[in-house]
Design a protein around this ligand. Structure first.
Ligand code: PMP
Length: 429
């Protein structure tokens, strides 16, 4: 496949946009080459500026759970837009989507909508600090919670790809309040808690990690975190920006039956429009302005178009009793297919999968944390990625990203993908 026009567009973009992109991972930094410019998308496919049709495994990094240009969402946005695109006033729709979200997710009474996952996580941590009166937070190496200062300490996702897990611009003062633990290593958490007694406001975690590839929590890990938090009077914040409304209606809290104190959302909750949210029980949420002392705000928060898209999406997921089974079955089918290919050619690889999140690391060791994820052979990944792109399969351009399946993918699309992988691996040997 040719990507000539994409290359030309990228050169033009580089002149007026830093690195040619508005979010770093899009720039193909860890795999090289120039990014593909999208023109349109429908169902499981992206149609790019060169006229290529690509099978999409990014799904806009998660939100497109029911396929691109999903009609109920598109129609809801069109109808809403005709009535005005922004008011900066409360609307009934905000209450409706809040009621729906609260009914779908366990252990939350109230939810506040923001405009991105970054804002959701940043606000959740401020709320945790305000509520507990403590300053420090624990995060896990390789987890990504958006680009706000407190989280750019050994962050995952693009921060790893671009070699700046500890970004310049984050002050020492901010960095010292972020304590780092190892994913799936409860002792590393206990050590930090014991060394910082009475100072830790919250632990923030991707309860299924997606920003160092997909990494499931080990059996008992989340439950152990929960009991440590109870013991030390620390809030447990689940960053469900990727997992919320994707792994189950109620996210990881429902999937693994673990209770979080604050939950952050993004991606699916906005149906592809810029929406994030954070939620908790009333006692915590009522600490927020205007009724509480913790300030948090947004001119476009609860924007009618965004709420219309999100409401249509959550309703679709709420009404569909088989959606998660269907997504899981498709992802399991892809997993089996890829296993067949890689095993057949004796490639060192590890596939991790939870529900419709899956990723391939080219290492034969189990991938359980950032350190083991970093052992993957990036050269193999690069060649695999570009080989697949030539075959019309659009994968995330880094091993430190999860693939997201959407339900518009057919079994035939998955067969095509597995056959493409077979061809590509044959060339890699
Ligand atoms: N948390 C997680 C788990 C994420 O994956 C992301 C983005 N990929 C964010 C937070 C930040 O979300 P946004 O890019 O919408 O700011």
């Amino acid at each position: 496949m040719l990507y000539k026009r994409s290359s030309e567009l990228f050169k033009m973009a580089e002149k007026v946009i830093p690195g040619g992109v508005n979010s770093p991972v899009r720039a193909f930094g860890s795999v090289g080459g120039t990014p593909v410019f999208a023109k349109s998308a429908k169902g499981a496919y992206i149609f790019d500026e060169d006229g290529n049709q690509l099978i999409d495994y990014i799904s806009s990094w998660g939100p497109v759970i029911l396929g691109h240009a999903y009609e109920p969402v598109v129609n809801a946005v069109i109808e809403k837009a005709k009535l005005g695109t922004s008011f900066g006033m409360p609307t009934e729709l905000e209450t409706k989507i809040a009621e729906l979200a609260v009914s779908m997710v366990p252990n939350i009474d109230k939810i506040r909508f923001v405009n991105s996952g970054t804002e959701a996580c940043m606000s959740a941590v401020r709320l945790a600090r305000g509520f507990t009166g403590k300053d420090k937070i624990i995060k896990f190496a390789g987890c990504y919670h958006g680009h706000s200062d407190a989280f750019l300490i050994q962050a995952g996702s693009g921060a790893v790809t671009f070699g700046s897990p500890n970004s310049p611009g984050v002050t020492q003062g901010t960095a010292k309040d972020t304590l780092l633990a190892r994913y799936n290593d409860i002792e590393s958490v206990e050590t930090l808690m014991n060394a910082n007694k009475g100072e830790i406001a919250c632990i923030i975690i991707e309860p299924v990690a997606g920003n160092m590839g997909c990494i499931p929590p080990k059996q008992g890990f989340l439950a152990a975190l929960r009991s440590l938090c109870n013991e030390h009077n620390i809030l447990l914040v689940f960053d469900e920006v990727m997992t919320g409304f994707r792994l189950a209606k109620g996210g990881v809290q429902e999937l693994f039956n673990i209770k979080a104190d604050i939950v952050c959302f993004g991606k699916v909750i906005g149906g592809g429009l810029p929406v994030g949210a954070f939620a908790a029980r009333s006692e915590i949420m009522d600490y927020l302005a205007p009724i509480g002392p913790v300030y948090q705000a947004g001119t476009l928060s609860g924007n009618p178009l965004a709420m219309a898209a999100g409401y249509a999406m959550l309703n679709a997921l709420n009404d569909d009793t088989t959606i998660f089974e269907s997504l899981n079955a498709k992802t399991a089918y892809l997993h089996e297919g890829l296993d067949g290919v890689f095993n057949g050619f004796g490639i060192d690889y590890t596939i991790n999968r939870v529900g419709s999140m899956i990723s391939v690391h080219f290492t034969d060791e189990p991938v359980v944390d950032f350190k083991s994820a970093a052992k993957g052979n990036n050269d193999t990944f690069k060649r695999f990625f570009h080989g697949m792109l030539q075959e019309g399969i659009y994968l995330p351009p880094s091993a430190f990203e999860s693939w997201f399946l959407n339900d518009a993918l057919s079994y035939k699309d998955i067969d095509t993908t597995v056959e493409a992988a077979r061809k590509v691996i044959l060339k890699l040997k």
